[in-house]
Design a protein around this ligand. Structure first.
Ligand code: DMJ
Length: 595
């Protein structure tokens, strides 16, 4: 578990003994007369030279000591920003970056060892994202049995996609055909880094070949800026970082240069859609505004594109949106789910939710702060304020089991509604990640309580699969169920969020219960979503006999769900440490920078 031991370790680092060179030598305070006499006897020129050498030496030593005291460059800027109380040692001596948590072998999983991040970064020459080819972790002989099962699932999904939907966005595994949405080979691009991480070389190389020869962005096609950014741009960038193949960066640049026109609005807040050929941006077909989570969940990718190309424009445009939203009024750090791209103002009366259209705004506050080496302090402050707002305004407990859930505030009256989307189950992972990076310790309690609820929404269904939306019972004298699902909300779309959070919690605590829960959920997927030619989302999680297959395999099933399962069951959790990588909203790992 994330233990108090970590804090004790940190306290040890504070003990600082000054280098001996700074201590005044006792003799220097009272030089003897013979020394004075000999000094006066020296020729004037010799005395000048000796004084100059001495001054030079002193300046050199002073410089060395200053560098030593200000610590490594990746953390020095923290000294300019207020830190949570248990990180205050940084302000005191600036010497020690936070520790990296490393897992011990299974028999010792109740203990957590810490090593200074500085050491970990030294061991990893690629932490700046520029000079590292990352070998796929978990070679076949080193995979756990559960990982093998996930790899078999990936191969099965890939085979169906390759046979019936190659180069198209989505496989329809029941009817053995395909569907298109962005027309960008979405499943293939979303799956690239998963194939690499799983070391599926043959599949990766056929996918690579398609990217090299077929992936074409010069399309007269309106695409959703957010979806294309997190899935396609994110997928290409992470594959570039993992493999260091220029091909993936070239493709990312071509796409980024088209997508960046999405920011051409009256306010700088992007429109929902962009035409890849004409580069014209537009509002969504279904309404006047952009979704808050969409305009705030493109920053990791655009910043990374700037950092690897040296062209600042992508980062500037994307950061401006976060800065703009930072200045807008909020409800205790919580945001409405719609914003107008022309005016840059919230749509009044719109809902506040941690689910659809709100979710990843909160996720990217934290992740951007991490990506930028914890140097952009308004992101940390907005994140912390939002978690306080969640606790105060959205958190509630069920009857009879006191399960924690986060409800929603609807309409102009901001009435509390006791519903929670499966999408909200990304939050325990984000909260745990925040605590790892020094956010208040009680966020981990929230994370643990919420993941328990999320897991219940899966495992209490007969299929062991969660519905898209659950409603929670808060009335003491009511029915005996903690939550219920309405007919229209009973579908499971192969979503990853709960599994994503299980990985973060296992990765950061070492508690194998999270793996066991994930395994049971994976069995649900295997039993009720697996079909002859792939995996299908289903329309009804409440019945084992009438699951109502929807005949669609979402790209995020390969990009996220199977990747997080694979990482969850991996014995060596250092391979994808959250101290080196920040995972975008579509599970594509990007490097952490120093600023
Ligand atoms: C993914 O495309 C991303 O995780 C996104 O942020 C929201 N949800 C889907 C998967 O459920």
């Amino acid at each position: 578990m994330y233990s108090g031991g970590v804090m004790e370790e940190r306290r040890d680092y504070v003990t600082l003994s000054l280098p001996a060179v700074l201590l005044p030598p006792p003799a220097a305070a009272a030089p003897s007369r013979s020394w004075r006499r000999r000094w006066k006897q020296l020729p004037r020129l010799q005395r000048v030279v000796v004084v100059m050498v001495a001054v030079g030496l002193l300046v050199g030593v002073a410089l060395l000591v200053t560098t030593y005291l200000s610590g490594p460059s990746h953390s020095s800027s923290l000294s300019h920003t207020p830190q949570p109380s248990h990180l205050s040692y940084k302000l005191e001596n600036n010497l020690t970056p936070p520790p990296v948590m490393v897992h011990l072998p299974e028999s010792h999983q109740d203990k957590v060892e810490t090593v200074p991040e500085e050491q970990a970064l030294k061991d990893d020459p690629g932490h700046d994202g520029r000079d590292q080819i990352v070998p796929p972790p978990g070679l076949p002989q080193k995979r756990s049995a559960r990982q093998e099962a996930v790899v078999a699932a990936m191969k099965h999904a890939w085979k169906g996609y390759k046979t019936y939907a190659w180069g198209h966005d989505h496989l329809r595994p029941v009817s053995r055909t395909r569907s298109d949405w962005l027309r960008l080979g979405l499943t293939l691009v979303d799956a690239l880094d998963t194939l690499w991480i799983m070391d599926l070389r043959e599949e990766f190389s056929e996918a690579r070949e398609w990217v090299a020869t077929q992936l074409n962005f010069n399309l007269n096609q309106d695409v959703n800026l957010f979806e294309t950014t997190i899935r396609v741009l994110g997928g290409l960038l992470s594959t570039y970082h993992l493999t260091k193949e220029q091909l993936f960066l070239d493709k990312a640049v071509d796409l980024g240069e088209r997508l960046v026109s999405g920011f051409n609005s009256g306010s700088g807040v992007p429109f929902a859609d962009v035409n890849l050929y004409s580069r014209r941006a537009s509002k969504p077909k279904w309404g006047p505004d952009s979704s808050t989570s969409e305009v705030t969940t493109i920053q990791l990718e655009f910043r990374d594109l700037s950092r690897v190309t040296g062209n600042p424009i992508f980062e500037e445009k994307a950061s401006f949106v976060s800065e703009h939203i930072h200045k807008l009024p909020k409800v205790e750090g919580l945001v409405p789910i719609f914003i107008n791209a022309q005016t840059g103002q919230w749509r009044s009366h719109s809902t506040i939710t941690l689910g659809a259209r709100g979710d990843s705004y909160y996720e990217y506050l934290l992740k951007q702060w991490i990506q930028t080496g914890r140097t952009v302090d308004y992101l940390r402050m907005d994140y912390n304020e939002s978690v306080s707002g969640m606790e105060h305004l959205l958190a509630a407990r069920t009857q009879p089991s006191q399960l924690l859930f986060f409800g929603e505030l609807h309409g102009s009256t901001k009435n509390f509604v006791n519903k929670m989307d499966e999408l909200t189950c990304y939050l325990p992972g984000t909260l745990a990640l925040g605590v790892h990076y020094g956010m208040p310790r009680h966020h981990l309690d929230l994370a643990q309580d919420l993941i328990y609820t999320c897991v219940q929404t899966w495992l209490r269904q007969p299929t062991h699969l969660a519905a898209e939306i659950s409603y929670f019972n808060t009335q003491p004298n009511n029915v005996d169920e903690d939550f219920y699902v309405k007919n229209n909300d009973a579908h499971y779309l192969l979503r990853p969020e709960t599994i994503e959070s299980l990985w973060y919690l296992y990765h950061l605590t070492g508690n194998t219960t999270y793996q066991d829960w994930g395994w049971q959920m994976f069995q649900g997927i295997e039993q009720y979503c697996k079909v002859d030619n792939g995996y299908t989302s289903i329309g009804n999680v409440r019945s084992t006999t009438d699951t109502k297959p929807k005949d669609k395999m979402e790209s995020f099933f390969l990009g996220e769900t199977l990747k997080y399962l694979y990482l969850l069951f991996m014995e060596d959790q250092t391979a994808f440490s959250v101290d080196k990588w920040v995972f975008n909203s579509e599970a594509h790992p990007l490097p952490i920078y120093s600023h």
